[in-house]
Design a protein around this ligand. Sequence first.
Ligand SMILES: Nc1ncnc2c1ncn2[C@@H]1O[C@H](COP(=O)(O)OP(=O)(O)OP(=O)(O)O)[C@@H](O)[C@H]1O
Ligand SMILES: [Mg+2]
Length: 484
Amino acid sequence: MMMGLGGAMGTFGSSMASLFFLWATFQQMFPDHLKIAIKEFLLSTLQQVSFVQRFSDHIINFFSPYVVISFPEYEGYYHFNHAFAAIDTYLGAKAIDKAHKLKASQVKESKGLVLKRDEAKVRDVYQGVHVWWETVTSTDGYRTQKLTFHRRGLEIVTGSYIKHVVEEGISIEAKSKKTKLFTNNPSSNWDATNKGSLWRHIDFEHPASFKTLAMDPTKKEEVLNDLEAFRNGKDYYKKIGKAWKRGYLLYGPPGTGKSTMIAAMANHLNYNIYDIELTAIKTNSELRKLLTATSSKSMIVIEDIDCSVDLTGKRKKGDGDLRVKKEGEQRKEDQDQSRVTLSGLLNFIDGIWSACGQERIIVFTTNHMEKLDPALIRRGRMDMHIELSYCSFEAFKVLAKNYLDVDSHPLFGEIESLLKDTKMAPADVAEKLMAKNQTVDVDGSLTDLVQSLERRRKEQRDQDDDDHKKKPGGKKLGMFRGLF
Ligand SMILES: Nc1ncnc2c1ncn2[C@@H]1O[C@H](COP(=O)(O)OP(=O)(O)OP(=O)(O)O)[C@@H](O)[C@H]1O
Ligand SMILES: [Mg+2]
């Protein structure tokens, strides 16, 4: 926003200088009564002639002591003006006690009802300067915030008022923010202007929290500390000259809590989630457009990264692939170059996005760490690798507390020893502990779990024996058990 405003102010400044010069000349040349007569004559004459309407507007502006600064919602294609959003929030919260029209919405249950001013015009006073805001909507649906004030207040308004409004807006937004979950629309559905059509969103109301997340307590603590350090790290990142972003790679078998952890992170930080479906994006440039349209304080999530981008960096899935095969090799090469590639994604994360984005977390998930390109997992790119593994006894205790509200039970000992050599995902354990017909039955659920673990252990042993027989000399038995 500062660049847009800077440019506008530059043009504004030079126009003002010329106007002041003309005005001074005008003042000196004519006595007062003559000046008013000339002004009225000019205005009435000009306004009667429709084809000079625009010129007449300029003349009116020339005589008007008021200055207008516009903040459009979009600056050119795709370029969302974040100042607009902050101003909108500030004005929405401004003096709601005096407003006649209010809009109410429920944030999260814990945060109660939020009232917002719902009027197109708002008056404000700042350090004695009176200003008027008006939201104007053009015929094609674009909104602009117009700020009008007497030129006496120019210095205060441009020097500190606008900064104050934007900062207030951002801080109000952070306090009462509904967490949102954004998903990218397929680019074929983007409208002609791309305005507002890149992402669709819903309120994010996932109940996951770190408290209810079942994982090794030391690891959990480590992740939480890392998130806190990141959140409070604005000055630190500035000092070391690095973009304020952090990458997490969550890996582990299905049902071990990767998606749940993403939800817990978003709830903990109160960040929006942008869940990117790479297969709906055709080219690196589309990906760039999507990423630049994300806001600060957000998490960019790409789930199952190994399924979306293959080792050579070309996309795996998507109907584009079928079309390519039919159209021949040359065409295929051309297409590949313009597609979403791993290097395109990584370059963006390291480069442009870092330069323009602030306070962002990027999360990749995978079930197959071993399939990932080393470029993706090298240190410094994904800052923290977090393994979500099969249910340990520590993790089980968290689930037992969540689902059954128990800290101990005579069956805990047996469950502990079964979990040591049985691979069962927390999702499956949770399913056994879940109340049947909304009735919590601690003994029944735990017995059910024990039986299920015993069955699973037997299956896994039989499977290991089979594998061992098939590959004589192989070192399979017990090899994986040590890992989990
Ligand atoms: N570590 C965990 N703590 C608490 N609940 C869990 C955990 N892991 C799984 N669950 C439960 O199992 C369900 C599925 O887990 P989740 O979707 O997070 O798994 P995932 O690791 O993302 O799996 P996938 O690899 O298939 O995407 C969750 O809704 C949650 O109820
Ligand atoms: Mg998942």
